[in-house]
Design a binder for this molecule. Structure first.
Ligand code: C2O
Length: 373
C-alpha cells in the first residue's frame, strides 16, 4: 500500500477524537461537508503586482499604524464570527487540531491516522493553512491586498537594507510588539514569561522534542547575554538550513498511505521543523506548546509565515536544496474552507510557487546565519 495522503469527504465523515503525546483532543469538524468541494488551482496573473508580506520589525510610521489598525480589526471580526462559521478564529484552531492530532483516519483503514507534523507534509500544509487564513482576513477587512506580515524571528541584524524608501534598523528576534499589546485582539496572555520580556531575544536552541511524556514540565530557559543568544541562534539556523539541509533532512521524512503516525521519537521531522519551529513553539509556551491549541495564540500565523519564508530561502540556495519530486508528496491532497466558507481541495504541487499564489516576501538580511562559521 502506498500513495499520497488524501483527505476526502469520507475522511471528514470518519473523523474521531485524537491524541497528541497522550493528551486527548476533540476537534473534529462537522462530519458532513455541506456544498460542493471546489478544486483550488492558482493561476499566475502577470498583470497584477505581487502582494508583499513584510518583516514586522521593519514597519514604522504611517505604515505601522495602518497595519496595526487593520490587523486588530481583522482579528476582532474573526473572533466575533459564530463557532458555526468555519472561518471563525476558533474553528481555524480546530482544523489545525484535527489535522495535527490524528483525528483523521486514512480512508479505508481503521487505525492508520493522519498527521501534518513530523513528516514531509509539514511545510506545504502550513503554507496552505496560513494562505487561507490570510484570505479570510482579506475578506473580513474588505481588502484583497491585505498581507499577513511575518515575524522574522531568525533575524538578529540591527541594520537591514530595505528596498524602498527607508532602511530597517531593528532586529527581528524579539516578540513583535503588535502581538504583545494586551489591548489588542492579536494579544494572548497564555505564554511563557520569557515571551513578555521586552528585550529578550528568542531561544531557537532548546530542543525538547524527544521528551517523554510530552506533557512533562518544561525546564527553565538558560539566561544568556544577547550576544551569546544571538550566536547560538545563528548556529541553529545555519545547522538546520545549510549544514543538514539536504532535501529529505530539511523537508522531513516521507509519509504516505499505509504509514503509521509516530510522535515519539520525532525522527520524521525535517531539521527546519525541529529547529527553529518546535523549539520556538516551546519558547513561546502556553497554547503554542502543542498542536491541539497552538493557533489560539495569534502569533502562530506570522510565525508560520516566516517558517515558509525560510523554506523559500532554502530553495534559493541552489544545488541539493530542491523540493521532493515524489508524486506521493506532490499529490498529497487536503481540504480547507476558503474565505467564502467554500470547501477547497488543495494539492501540495499547487503550493510550491509563491508567485502563482500572488505574493512574495520582503527581502531581509539572512546572510548572518547563512554564512555563519
Ligand atoms: Cu502545526 Cu507550528 O504547527
Amino acid at each position: 500500500l502506498a500513495g499520497p495522503i488524501t483527505i476526502t469527504r469520507e475522511t471528514f465523515r470518519t473523523c474521531r477524537p485524537g491524541t497528541w503525546g497522550g493528551i486527548p483532543s476533540d476537534c473534529c469538524p462537522p462530519k458532513l461537508i455541506k456544498g460542493p468541494i471546489v478544486d483550488f488551482c492558482p493561476t499566475f496573473d502577470a498583470s497584477k503586482p505581487l502582494r508583499v508580506r513584510k518583516a514586522l520589525q521593519c514597519l514604522s510610521g504611517h505604515e505601522l499604524e495602518t497595519y496595526t489598525r487593520k490587523l486588530e480589526r481583522g482579528y476582532a471580526l474573526m473572533r466575533a464570527l459564530p463557532d458555526s462559521d468555519p472561518r471563525s478564529f476558533k474553528r481555524q484552531n480546530a482544523i489545525h487540531c484535527a489535522y495535527g492530532t490524528g483525528s483523521f483516519v486514512q480512508d479505508g483503514s481503521t487505525n492508520l491516522t493522519i498527521d501534518i507534523h513530523l513528516n514531509w507534509l509539514f511545510l506545504p500544509w502550513h503554507r496552505m493553512f496560513v494562505y487561507f487564513h490570510e484570505r479570510i482576513l482579506q475578506k473580513l477587512l474588505g481588502d484583497p491586498e491585505f498581507s499577513l506580515h511575518f515575524w522574522n524571528f531568525d533575524n538578529s541584524v540591527t541594520a537591514t537594507p530595505r528596498h524602498g524608501s527607508h532602511g530597517c534598523y531593528k532586529a527581528g528576534h524579539f516578540m513583535p510588539p503588535i502581538y504583545s499589546d494586551p489591548s489588542k485582539a492579536t494579544f494572548e496572555p497564555n505564554r511563557s514569561s520569557k515571551a513578555f520580556e521586552p528585550n529578550r531575544p528568542v531561544d531557537l536552541s532548546l530542543d525538547l522534542s524527544q521528551r517523554v511524556p510530552l506533557s512533562a514540565p518544561i525546564p527553565p530557559f538558560p539566561n544568556r547575554t544577547l550576544e551569546e543568544q544571538t550566536r547560538r541562534n545563528r548556529e541553529v539556523m545555519h545547522r538546520s538550513v545549510i549544514t543538514l539541509g539536504n532535501t529529505t533532512s530539511f523537508i522531513g521524512k516521507p509519509y504516505r498511505v499505509g504509514d503509521t503516525r509516530v510522535i515519539i521519537p520525532a525522527t520524521g521531522a525535517g531539521t527546519i521543523e525541529r529547529w527553529p519551529h518546535n523549539t520556538l513553539h516551546v519558547w513561546i509556551g502556553g497554547w503554542m506548546l502543542q498542536p491541539i491549541t497552538a493557533p489560539i495564540d495569534p502569533i502562530f500565523y506570522p510565525f508560520h509565515a516566516n517558517m515558509e519564508r525560510l523554506w523559500s530561502v532554502w530553495r534559493k540556495l541552489g544545488y541539493g536544496h530542491d523540493d521532493p519530486t515524489d508524486p506521493d508528496w506532490l499529490d498529497a491532497t487536503f481540504l480547507f474552507w476558503d474565505e467564502n466558507a467554500v470547501m477547497r481541495r488543495v494539492k501540495v504541487r499547487d503550493f510550491l510557487d509563491l508567485n502563482a499564489l500572488g505574493y512574495r516576501y520582503e527581502e531581509v538580511n539572512d546572510a548572518s546565519w547563512i554564512f555563519f562559521d
